[in-house]
Ligand binder design. Sequence first.
Ligand SMILES: NC(=O)c1ccc[n+]([C@@H]2O[C@H](COP(=O)([O-])OP(=O)(O)OC[C@H]3O[C@@H](n4cnc5c(N)ncnc54)[C@H](OP(=O)(O)O)[C@@H]3O)[C@@H](O)[C@H]2O)c1
Length: 277
Amino acid sequence: MDKVAVLGMGLLGRGFAENLRSKGHEVRVWNRTASRCAPLAEQGAIVAETPADAVRGADRVHLILTADEAVDAVIDALRPALGDGVYVVDHSTNLPAKVKPRFEALRAEGLRYVHAPVFMGPANSREATGLMLLSGPSADEAALRPRLEAMTGRLIYLGEEPDKAAKIKITGNGMLIMLTAAMGDLFKMGAASGVSREEILSLFEQFSPTAAGMGQRALAAEDRPVGFAMTMARKDVGLMLETAGDGLTVLPAVAQAMDRAIEEGDGGKDFSVLATR
Ligand SMILES: NC(=O)c1ccc[n+]([C@@H]2O[C@H](COP(=O)([O-])OP(=O)(O)OC[C@H]3O[C@@H](n4cnc5c(N)ncnc54)[C@H](OP(=O)(O)O)[C@@H]3O)[C@@H](O)[C@H]2O)c1
């Protein structure tokens, strides 16, 4: 069994620590607000008072913190007690532009930092399901894969660039968040026109365009006959705006982007070129 340190007992960190404990690992936890460690102590984790105490003697370290500022502060605090060659695996969702400089600076000083952000909610981290991304040296992937795979449903290795996982992670979150905002517009349009949320969900159980499908359509748009012209799609957006009234989030910005595209001569193209202009 491994000696594992988990720093950050927020929604995800707590789940990771619980899962590691349930598999019999020796788990040391630390959190800035100490009271959040209490449930883990009940499950047999050792609660450390400082990041350094948490990582002393650990085989590997997991960080699951808000973002870069917390990551830098906690690494500074833990490093005096970190053993030689011990991986520090950071699962926080970070700014890509900060991940590569951090990786390079820490590696130059001999600290084995890797970034492995996740598409996992609290239940996923407790149950070791969902997706984990990893990028960086392939030797690190080989060393870490069995341990990281045990913490998630699927580990996707994205190659040597240390910040690739950070970039792909925010891309995925972008879709999640934009789709949610788009659903909000459709619910508002439904409310204004007497269509229930259940009826809207029922439509999307049967008619469900995918992100990948729409992306492929956009990439092929210049080479294929027009299926749905920009001017016709803009007409439909006008119908939506008129039906919904005020208070929409996404569609007004889409209407503006379409108007620009039409002004610039793309009115006769497939509407999907909106994604590639
Ligand atoms: N929740 C999700 O569904 C989900 C899904 C995928 C990815 N993520 C990512 O996973 C990370 C953690 O998310 P979460 O939902 O677990 O968040 P959370 O519950 O808000 O936990 C954030 C953690 O960061 C710590 N922290 C913040 N600033 C700090 C600082 N300056 N120094 C030390 N510790 C600090 C917090 O400590 P305190 O308790 O003292 O505030 C807490 O332990 C984030 O990067 C998030 O974007 C979350």
